[in-house]
Write a protein that binds this ligand. Sequence first.
Ligand SMILES: [Zn+2]
Length: 130
Amino acid sequence: MNEHDQSAQLLRALAHPARLRLLYALRDGEECVCHLTTLFQQRQAYVSQQLMFLRQAGLIEDRKDGLRVYYRVKDPRVFAILDAANALAGVKNIAAEARTLAACPCPKCETQRRPDRSARDRKRSRRKKC
Ligand SMILES: [Zn+2]
C-alpha cells in the first residue's frame, strides 16, 4: 500500500453525508450512541454502522461507561479537511447540531433538561439501557 492508498482510504471513510454529519456532531466533544441515534432519528444499527466505519478508518475512538458507548474524534485535524471540502463545495455555515435534545435519554441531555435533579435520580437513569 503506498501513501496515496492510505489517504484514499481515509477520504473514502469521509465520503458519506451521514458520516460527515456524525463528525460535526462530535466536533465539540464526545457523545454517546443514544444521543447520536436521537439526533439522527435513525435506527441505532444504522448509526452504529456509520460509527464503525469512522472508527475503522481511525477517525474516531470509543469509550465505554457502563452500558453506554461514547465516541469522540481522535484528531481534530479532520475538521480542517471537512472545512476545506465545504469551502470547495460552496457550502457555508454548517448549522451546529443541537446540544440538548428533548427526546434524548443520554445523561448529558437529562442533566441539561433538569439541572436540579437529585443524584439518586441520575443514578437510576444511568442504569437504563442505552
Ligand atoms: Zn443526548
